[in-house]
Design a protein around this ligand. Structure first.
Ligand SMILES: C[S@@+](CC[C@H](N)C(=O)[O-])C[C@H]1O[C@@H](n2cnc3c(N)ncnc32)[C@H](O)[C@@H]1O
Length: 221
């Protein structure tokens, strides 16, 4: 998947710059600590709901991660639990990076704001990989009735850079999935009927399609 390549690269670059701790919030079934080439001294902490953490502990019991791996069971929607989990994640960190992959899209914007403040409150966290998608794309996805379990896709901030700036984060290195997919030879498989229409779209609309979905590296402002 293109998004996996994009996020792996952000992480490798951060580790090369000296990050010693990766905090994956809403890690789900992610297996990067077992798959990626990582320094054995790196700390990796995953946070998810107790059910998911228990499932992973059980299924991956016989596997060896390539770095130091810990899991924390916490409901990140509960203010005290989220703050305690974040503090625990970075208790021994000097330079940490947070990853929220496929998580923020399902949160109301006010919850993303609270998370942004709480992540910022941990001084050891210097950067944060976030995803973003254009409101027109979210509306189109919702119109098709797509949901993750009972979680509808939310609209997100209209101007994500300004939104995160208000919470102490600077928007850097946006990487758009359409563009990154082309670079690695995995272009979006647009439906065949759409291709001639796309070619005829005004330049601005074509640009909106190319930048409708992606990731960015937030750094402490
Ligand atoms: C769509 S999955 C993404 C998983 C993974 N990051 C990935 O990209 O493959 C969302 C994850 O967030 C977790 N999650 C959702 N709400 C949560 C909450 N309130 N507290 C902790 N984890 C939560 C879910 O359990 C799930 O594992």
């Amino acid at each position: 998947m293109v998004r996996t390549v994009v996020i792996d690269r952000y992480l490798q670059e951060a580790i090369a710059r000296g990050v010693d701790t990766v905090v994956n919030l809403g890690a789900g079934l992610d297996t990067r600590p077992y798959r990626m080439t990582l320094p054995a001294s790196l700390s990796w902490v995953e946070v998810d709901m107790p059910k998911i953490v228990a499932l992973k502990e059980d299924r991956l019991a016989g596997e060896t991660p390539r770095c130091r791996l810990a899991r924390i069971a916490a409901d990140l929607s509960v203010d005290d639990a989220r703050r305690a989990a974040l503090a625990e994640c970075v208790a021994r960190a000097r330079r940490a990076i947070v990853l929220t992959e496929g998580v923020l899209t399902y949160l109301p914007l006010e919850d993303v704001a609270k998370l942004a403040d709480d992540v910022h409150a941990q001084a050891a966290i210097g950067s944060w990989i976030v995803d973003f998608s254009a409101p027109f794309l979210n509306r189109a996805v919702r119109a098709r009735g797509v949901k993750f379990k009972n979680a509808p896709i939310r609209d997100g901030a209209r101007d994500p850079a300004a939104f995160y700036a208000a919470h102490g984060w600077r928007w850097t290195e946006p990487r758009h999935l359409v563009v990154e997919g082309e670079k690695i030879g995995r272009p979006v498989p647009w439906p065949i009927w759409f291709r001639p229409i796309q070619a005829l779209l005004p330049r601005r609309a074509q640009e909106a399609l190319r930048t409708m979905l992606g990731y960015a590296l937030l750094v402490r402002a």
